[in-house]
Design a protein around this ligand. Structure first.
Ligand code: GDD
Length: 408
């Protein structure tokens, strides 16, 4: 049997995702119309002999309970949310729930970060892992040398694919091959984490004996806080225990709202192959004109003279008026877009409204701070107002045009 664990983190981790993480936990933020965590979960459906999916995090239980029960029904597979009382780190969280995870006596455990966007080639990883016979196989990808330092950089043996060297977010360049945050382990991983905890306790005791405590204590993490990258992958590299599987497909990390727009686009494109029924179609007669990949929730009401796409996701209960034009944007639940309004390269928060002939837009540079315009929850843009490259915090009313501003 195989189980899958998806690390969903907790509220303190979501600060770079503001103002969109104020009242929706980041893992439930919609990409291509589906909660972020839905994409790795549905990828797990392709794992042979999958017994359970666990989400591990320290978000409030109630925020996940509804989602977890609906996705369990949909997949006909148990999905459980396991809540940590405090953050234990990416490996510590897994270890904390080891007894529950081992209940089904799985031979293999997939471990996925929830904030990565990729095709999750899980069955292929499982095949490769069985050939390597190590305790873990990690998904890796080549990125540009300039961007590599934001990730774990690694060196792998070109013939055996063994992980030879691993450094988390190094200051000087090591390699353009990086860690994708998608792993497959045998249950031996729990022994490795336990050893890391024992080592740390030993070191803490030594420090007490030699009374270095005051000197060192600020740098000491709690014994049960274990990071998968620094505390497990780095020390196990080069010991014939860890192997790599390189993906040539798409991969991105979702740390900012700008990247969520980019990842929405990647997932919409993937729907062409995996779920074409989720993509909207229309020709401007009975339904709106659709350009490229677009998701429209069945409860949304879009006027047939509107033109939508490409890369647009329209969530539940949205209303889009006559002559409106939407390009490269995410429109969240209960938004109203009035007649002839234009939204380009933007994310429009829940319950916001955009007035007639208004424009909400940006230049679309995903990596720049103000490269996409973001309206927080319940923002009202009045008629004929233009909002360019700006971030607007929740509950604001804009009656004058703004450019390159953060409206607090
Ligand atoms: N449950 C739980 N508890 N989850 C956690 C905790 C915790 O205490 N800490 C982190 N996570 C989750 C995050 O939500 C995320 O899904 C994953 O674990 C990794 O988060 P971080 O440890 O903050 O690392 P990162 O995202 O900056 O970088 C990691 O992922 C990159 C790929 O996206 C590293 O492993 C990098 O090497 C890697 O390139």
């Amino acid at each position: 049997k195989v189980v899958a664990v998806i690390m969903v983190g907790g509220p303190t981790k979501g600060t770079s995702f503001r103002p969109l993480s104020f009242n929706t936990p980041k893992p439930l933020f919609p990409l291509a119309g589906q909660p972020m965590v839905h994409h790795p979960i549905s990828a797990c459906k392709r794992i042979p002999n999958l017994a359970q999916i666990y989400l591990i995090g320290f978000h409030e239980e109630r925020e996940f309970s509804l989602y977890v029960s609906s996705i369990s029904n949909e997949l006909k597979l148990p999905v459980r949310y396991l809540k940590e009382d405090k953050p234990h780190g990416s490996a510590g969280g897994l270890y904390y729930f080891r007894d529950i995870i081992m209940e089904d006596s799985p031979s293999h455990i997939f471990l996925l970060n929830c904030d990565v966007c990729c095709s999750f080639p899980l069955p292929a990883m499982l095949e490769a892992h069985k050939r390597y016979s190590g305790i873990g196989t990690m998904l890796v990808i080549k990125v540009s040398a300039e961007s590599a330092s934001q990730f774990g950089e690694l060196v792998a043996d070109p013939v055996t694919n063994e992980l030879l060297h691993y450094t988390e977010k190094p200051e000087t360049f090591v390699s353009d091959l990086i860690n994708c945050g998608v792993y497959l382990f045998t249950p031996e991983i729990f022994t490795a984490i336990q050893n890391a905890i024992f080592d740390r306790e030993d070191r803490a005791n030594l420090r007490r004996v030699y009374s270095f405590e005051t000197l060192q204590s600020t740098r000491t993490l709690p014994a049960d806080f274990v990071r998968l990258d620094q505390d497990i992958l780095s020390p196990l590299a080069g010991k014939k225990k860890l192997y790599t599987y390189e993906t040539k497909d798409f991969w991105e990390q979702i740390k900012t709202p700008g990247m969520s727009l980019k990842c929405s686009e990647l997932y919409l494109a993937q729907f062409r192959f995996t779920s074409p029924d989720l993509l909207a179609s229309g020709d401007g007669k009975k339904n709106a004109t659709i350009v490229g990949d677009v998701y429209i929730h069945p409860s949304a009401k879009v006027h047939h003279t509107a033109k939508i796409g490409s890369n647009v996701s329209v969530s539940a209960n949205v209303r889009v008026g006559a002559g409106a034009r939407l390009i490269n944007c995410i429109i969240l639940d209960d938004v109203e877009i009035k007649e002839n309004a234009v939204v380009i390269n933007s994310i429009v928060g829940w319950k916001s409204s955009i007035g007639k002939w208004s424009r909400v837009q940006a230049d679309g540079n995903y990596n720049a701070k103000l490269g996409i315009t973001i309206l927080g929850e319940a923002v009202a843009v009045e008629d004929e107002v233009v909002v360019i490259n700006s971030i607007v915090l929740p509950n604001k009313t804009l009656n004058v045009s703004v450019q390159e501003e953060i409206i607090l």
